[in-house]
Ligand binder design. Structure first.
Ligand code: SIN
Length: 293
């Protein structure tokens, strides 16, 4: 395979690798290391069906079945469908607003996620330009740049993350097809504690692991102090120097590090500009330090 970094701190394109066939051990290790180093890997020109995407993603860890998984590939609950399309009867075929706000998937869960793997089948276009970019921010760099006194003040502290925060932010937006969480769904996803800084399992470096989508408060601090510090961390990580934007082409497989980045799905396309993407969520269920060594 050929790896071509973007040289912007995040992102690389990977050529000459067919993801529809099983990875060899050396290919797997190279990709794992690249995921840690570049954060966002784009494999252009792939053509995978849902079982092939599932098999590729599963190589990196257990696959999550989302608690509110409303749309998935037939017989494969681990492959979510992200789409604004509707079927002949006018019913949505996918979740139309997934990830439209800065967040880190699964930070609301005690078991966190290593990576997301998305495969674009249809990409909205306007005047020949792709819409619906997925944007990323570099949390290795955001951690490194924090002032020493902030690192010291927050080292060892935890934030409370809540699945309902992001769900409700999406639900109140016009056009949302999300129902309120049922008591059963809510009970499956109670608020959880997450360290504000953690050691990345592939790179061994510290990352800022506190995103505006799910983080509610810093445990053990007065509300005003907690709010002020979260506001500081969210503004710090939003600086343009940490941003990488992926403009989709149909056939792209995009795999991103979900511990060392945050992401946002840009909502700049309309209901008549079709987007159709398959998605798998890889849980951090393996010993990545050993596998990448
Ligand atoms: C997500 O947050 O997993 C969705 C990203 C996207 O649809 O661009």
């Amino acid at each position: 395979m050929r790896i071509v970094p973007n040289n912007t701190g995040l992102g690389a394109r990977i050529f000459d690798l067919d993801l529809s066939r099983p990875l060899e051990a050396g290919e797997f290790r190279t990709l794992l290391r690249a995921l840690g180093e570049y954060g966002v890997l784009c494999f252009p020109g792939q053509d995978l069906d849902a079982p092939q995407l599932s098999a590729y993603a599963r190589r990196f860890g257990d696959l999550e079945v989302n608690v509110a998984n409303m749309f998935h590939a037939p017989g494969l609950p681990e492959i979510m469908i992200l789409s604004n399309k509707r079927d002949a009867a006018g019913k949505p075929v996918g979740l139309n607003d997934a990830g439209q706000g800065w967040h880190t998937d699964m930070s609301y869960s005690t078991e966190i996620a290593l990576a997301n793997v998305l495969h674009a089948k249809e990409v909205p276009l306007r005047d020949g330009r792709p819409l619906g970019d997925t944007q990323f921010r570099n949390m290795h760099a955001a951690y490194e740049d924090l002032p020493a006194e902030v690192k010291q003040r927050l080292e060892g502290r935890v934030a409370i993350h809540d699945f309902q925060k992001f769900w409700d932010m999406m639900r109140i937006r016009p056009g949302s097809i999300r129902a309120p969480l049922t008591p059963e769904q809510r009970a499956k996803k109670p608020p959880v504690r997450q360290p504000i800084f953690r050691t990345h399992p592939i790179t061994g470096r510290r990352v800022l692991y506190c995103n505006p989508g799910y983080a509610m408060e810093i445990e053990g601090l007065a509300k005003t102090e907690s709010d002020a510090l979260l506001d500081y961390l969210f503004r710090h990580q939003s600086q343009a120097k940490y941003l990488h934007s992926h403009a989709w082409t149909p056939g792209d497989v995009l795999m991103w590090d979900n511990i060392g980045t945050t992401h946002n799905a840009k909502a700049d396309y309309g209901p008549d500009e079709p987007r159709f993407i398959l998605r798998a969520q890889v849980m951090a269920s393996l010993d990545y330090a050993a596998l990448a060594a």
